[in-house]
Ligand binder design. Structure first.
Ligand SMILES: Nc1ncnc2c1ncn2[C@@H]1O[C@H](COP(=O)(O)OP(=O)(O)OP(=O)(O)O)[C@@H](O)[C@H]1O
Length: 295
């Protein structure tokens, strides 16, 4: 018993040493580690990361077993390796800093800013894509989330209007001046058209994917955006998220996917309300059956 009290006292004295600054410190480090891990998972960096871990483990082991020459060599590799890694991972570091810089503080909690407008934008997009798919008209739309596409918008025409299916059909009509490039949607509103997106660096993409799809996948690799594409050749609808492409989607699947990706919180709130509604119905049902029984 005394032993446990001693442990409890030790824990309390350690907890007393923790300040708010320490919690913030640990929180920021955890966020950075999470971001780096996500980046490693999304790119081919994983293999290099494994190599780095292997070298570090080997350096530790060589020191432990007092293998001086090997340890000296591995230490040299580690110290020069930092510089080599910065050079090797320059695109990834750049991407990471770009993503950090383009995230808005208010969005850190993941709240969509205008759920009604986003909902409207999804409906209108699905309507337009159904028609564009039938007519085999190529289309490319980027739905921003936390990361902004300000640099891409500069390559096209900045707009400020609501998403409307007729407008989308007009924008992507192959004789329209803005049909080349992507439409960018921010908080359910069109903020750019005819925008050039970064192409995917993935060399394993299917050969039947044209430049439109490669640009869509590229945009989703460089950001957390959701990209919806209609193929000009086949009329097939696809969605790219995090560098992954979901192909041959029916309009209903497109709608479900966009809702899940762009309105996750709203959906869970709807679920909460439907749960509450069901509970109320159940209670009401119980009361009614009670009344019936009474009669
Ligand atoms: N980097 C880019 N950013 C934005 N849009 C692009 C980019 N590259 C290509 N596009 C769009 O893709 C269109 C041409 O692509 P391409 O001819 O390869 O497509 P496609 O053969 O019709 O194939 P897909 O089946 O992918 O539509 C361009 O007209 C342009 O609108």
């Amino acid at each position: 018993m005394e032993y446990f009290l001693q442990i409890l006292q030790n824990v309390i004295s350690v907890l007393r040493l923790i300040h708010i600054a320490d919690i913030i410190d640990v929180g920021i480090i955890a966020l950075l580690i999470y971001k780096v891990m996500m980046l490693v998972r999304r790119t081919s960096t994983g293999q290099v990361a494994k190599g780095v871990v292997l070298v570090l483990v080997a350096a530790g082991l060589s020191e432990f077993f007092e293998l001086y020459t090997l340890n000296f060599l591995l230490n040299q590799v580690v110290s020069w390796g930092v510089l080599a890694l910065v050079i090797l991972f320059q695109p990834e570091i750049r991407k990471f800093l770009e993503q950090m810089g383009s995230s808005r503080l208010g969005d850190l909690m993941g709240h969509p800013n205008a759920p009604d407008e986003i909902e409207h934008a999804i409906q209108q997009t699905v309507e337009a894509y159904t028609s564009l798919s039938k007519s085999k008209t190529g289309a490319l739309m980027v739905f921003e989330r936390k990361n902004r596409f300000d640099d891409c918008i500069k390559t096209g025409t900045a707009l400020e209007c609501e998403v409307n299916s007729e407008l989308l059909k007009n924008l992507f009509w192959n004789k329209a001046p803005l049909h080349d490039g992507a439409v960018i949607v921010r908080n359910g509103r069109i903020v750019g058209a005819g925008c050039v997106l970064p192409l995917s660096g993935n060399v394993n993409l299917s050969r039947d994917l044209g430049m439109r799809h490669r640009a869509g996948i590229g945009a989703s690799e460089h950001s957390d955006a959701v990209v919806a594409i209609v193929s000009e050749e086949t009329g097939s609808i696809s969605v790219a998220v995090g560098g992954m492409l979901k192909r041959h989607l029916a309009p209903e699947t497109l709608e479900r996917l966009l809702r899940n990706e762009l309105l996750p919180r709203q959906e869970s709130e709807e679920q909460k309300f439907s749960w509450l509604r069901n509970r109320l119905k159940g209670m009401k049902g119980g009361e009614q059956s009670g009344e019936n029984q009474g009669k």
